[in-house]
Design a protein around this ligand. Sequence first.
Ligand SMILES: Cc1cc2nc3c(=O)[nH]c(=O)nc-3n(C[C@H](O)[C@H](O)[C@H](O)COP(=O)(O)OP(=O)(O)OC[C@H]3O[C@@H](n4cnc5c(N)ncnc54)[C@H](O)[C@@H]3O)c2cc1C
Length: 314
Amino acid sequence: MTALVIAEHDHATVKPATLNTVTAALACGGDVHVLVAGANAAEASKAAAQIAGVAKVIVADGPSLAENLAENVAAQVLAIAANYSHILFPSTANGKNVAPRVAAKLDVAQISDITKVESPDTFERPIYAGNAIATVQSSDATKVITVRTTGFDAAAATGGSASVETAEGVADSGKSSFVGREVTKSDRPELTAAKIIVSGGRALGSAEKFTEVMTPLADKLNAGLGASRAAVDAGYAPNDWQVGQTGKIVAPQLYIACGISGAIQHLAGMKDSKVIVAINKDEEAPIFSVADYGLVADLFTAVPELTQALSNHS
Ligand SMILES: Cc1cc2nc3c(=O)[nH]c(=O)nc-3n(C[C@H](O)[C@H](O)[C@H](O)COP(=O)(O)OP(=O)(O)OC[C@H]3O[C@@H](n4cnc5c(N)ncnc54)[C@H](O)[C@@H]3O)c2cc1C
């Protein structure tokens, strides 16, 4: 029984989501191999070989894999799929783009967004925005799985010494082609990797106020910036800051929710955070039911005060 983890990488480094997925793969009970499908991805494969618990890294290197096109990556996975009992993807935009194609071609049911491995064929996954946990048993020969990364600790990025094997890169499928990429450049930590997240809601009232009030606090804490869907829909914050059921699932060490009511769809994205702080002027706001520390206050006073207090201590 061997599990294959599909690495999330940028050809030079391995993204943290891969580490959580390795932990899930190890819990399946057998050896764990990692596929690095990329172009000039020697550095990423070296990094993958260092991950504790990984027995083998397979590097598929070729121009068809340069831009992470889902059709080509899926074909690459399928080229070696017969060797594996489990194929695990991080539940990221990339992973969710490729996994269903692999499952469909193997004619198996995808097991989505697992948060626990009970046994090699039985997994837990949240449903109804995390309000219920389903235990799913699969009788398929190959388990194609996406892993909710907040459900598993990260494997150690160093300490391993996996062998590295080369596989031939697949030919381009010709079904899609890379046109361009617009990447937001930010010095802030990426939301799903941030240790601290400062998040704002509808109460901010405008994009200008969001920036004026929330950014200094995030700067002070070197935190990622998040937002509720209401704030995103109103144009106060960009789409990729949205935390929740239809946004990003995060579990930082510290999550500070400012002017966010705590709708279940928002809680679904952040309630596994280690410490939750809520600032809301309504003491009945549901966010207080998950908060470790709650402050009933006007955020336009409390957040600048908090920022100032942090400045005084630094
Ligand atoms: C299918 C579906 C998917 C969804 N997915 C998501 C998702 O991924 N993420 C998400 O966030 N939502 C999601 N939603 C929306 C969700 O239901 C809520 O509408 C949304 O989270 C509310 O955002 P909010 O808390 O910013 O706004 P509100 O619910 O309007 O809350 C604003 C809060 O700010 C407080 N407040 C007001 N003024 C101040 C002040 N001056 N100081 C302090 N506090 C103040 C209020 O007391 C209130 O609690 C989804 C909904 C649906 C139906």
